[in-house]
Write a protein that binds this ligand. Structure first.
Ligand code: NAD
Ligand code: TYD
Length: 355
């Protein structure tokens, strides 16, 4: 792993991962972050690494075949970690199309470039020989499995049954990755992670939204009865799991990632209110999300048993740190909410031409 392409590195998990991998892999020589800077991409998340000589930012679209091909030719990637996506379920309900093009066609564009550049005999359609040490990692979600009832866990063999346009587009991306492994032998992995929390999450998602609203004494909108369950994982534990799959994962395998932290939404909202010393009267029950998945929960025995990965954060410690982070970064949230974070790109990179 010397020359790495990260897609979507200006988003929540991608920016945490870039920081994590630059810190933990001194042997890494070049890391290119390809990000379109949609509303969810924020280069302020990467201030700490932008002067690292190994790091390079490229503003561009994963659906742009010419650009992706050129980046492979210029940087000779041996590793791709594909985070870029439209990622918010509520947006996918209102505007599904961009989820399909980004999450499906964007994935195929990257796979095609990886196959072309990594195959030892690109013109031989029967050859399954690839350059030594190359790996494509598709960052996916537990939402592709659909919803659970009160019991049971998602394991890697659980049939895919996505319920939202977001999860359907992610499941489609996963299917294409599987097909490129089965048909062409492309050395690929898929990771399916549960809900992440931690620093730099866009405040349209549950935890940063609730912290922000509580801090400002605004109503906290709880969908339906608030008893939907998610299995929460600290973003840094997600980063270490991806790193473990890159280092030790078997090509063609899927790995579920989760930290055994099932919590009902209302429980999390009450915890945030307690930590901030705010009244429960801020809780406001609103109409439920259409097709709202009731419960997600991950069986993580494959990644813990086969790769020796385990999460380091307890939910209590992770949430305390996360709440503190958002409280001490109120200026970051303020710029995201006002849209001023977009000015940062202009200031930092406005004069730089696309390669
Ligand atoms: P995010 O929405 O915070 O960031 C997505 C990033 O992708 C942004 O920087 C955006 O600018 C970029 N992007 C979007 N479309 C692009 C395009 N066409 N070309 C290039 N860049 C583009 O998302 P996130 O929460 O960081 O999630 C990252 C990945 O992890 C996604 O694939 C998501 O499905 C998956 N995932 C997220 C969670 C979670 O809890 N957030 C859980 C499991 C899996
Ligand atoms: P979200 O952070 O959007 O993640 P996902 O839908 O991918 O799980 O939502 C997490 C849970 O919180 C989900 O059950 C929906 C619920 N939710 C609310 O009740 N109110 C809100 O304002 C938001 C954004 C989410």
């Amino acid at each position: 792993m010397k020359h790495v392409l990260i897609t979507g590195g200006a988003g929540f998990i991608g920016s945490n991962f870039i920081q994590f991998i630059l810190d933990s892999r001194p042997d890494l020589e070049r890391l290119v972050n390809l990000d379109l800077l949609t509303y969810a991409g924020n280069l302020e998340n990467l201030k700490a690494v932008e002067r690292d000589s190994r790091y390079r930012f490229v503003k561009g679209d994963i659906r742009d075949r010419d650009l992706v091909e050129r980046l492979f030719a210029d940087y000779d990637f041996d590793t791709v970690v594909h985070f870029a996506a439209e990622s918010h379920v509520d947006r996918s309900i209102v505007e599904p199309e961009v989820f399909l093009t980004t999450n499906i066609i964007g994935t195929q564009t990257l796979l095609d470039a990886a196959k072309r550049h990594w195959k030892q005999f690109p013109d031989d359609k029967y050859s399954r020989a690839y350059r030594e040490g190359v790996r494509y990692l598709q960052v996916s979600t537990d939402e592709v499995y659909g919803a659970l009832g009160e019991t049971g866990l998602f394991c890697e063999s659980t049939p895919l049954a996505p319920n939202s346009p977001y999860s359907a587009s992610k499941a489609s991306g996963d299917m294409i990755v599987r097909a490129y492994y089965q048909t062409y032998g492309l050395p690929a992995n898929i990771t399916r992670c549960s809900n992440n929390y931690g620093p730099y999450q866009f405040p349209e998602k549950l935890i940063p939204l609730m912290i922000h609203n509580a801090r400002e004494d605004r109503p906290l909108p709880v969908y339906g009865d608030g008893m939907q369950i998610r299995d929460w994982l600290h973003v840094r534990d997600h980063c270490s799991a991806i790193s473990a799959v890159l280092e030790r994962g078997t090509a063609g395998e899927v790995y579920n990632i989760g930290g055994n932290n099932e919590r009902a939404n209302i429980e999390i909202i009450r915890l945030i209110l307690r930590e901030l010393g705010k009244p429960e009267s801020l809780i406001t029950y609103v109409k439920d999300r259409p097709g709202h998945d009731r419960r997600y929960a991950i069986d993580n025995t494959k990644i813990t048993g086969e790769l020796g990965w385990k999460p380091l954060y307890t939910f209590e410690q992770g949430m305390r740190e996360t709440i503190q982070w958002y409280l001490t970064h109120a200026d970051w949230i303020g710029r995201v909410i006002s849209g001023d974070y977009r000015a940062y790109y202009q200031e930092m990179y406005g004069a730089i031409e696309r390669p």
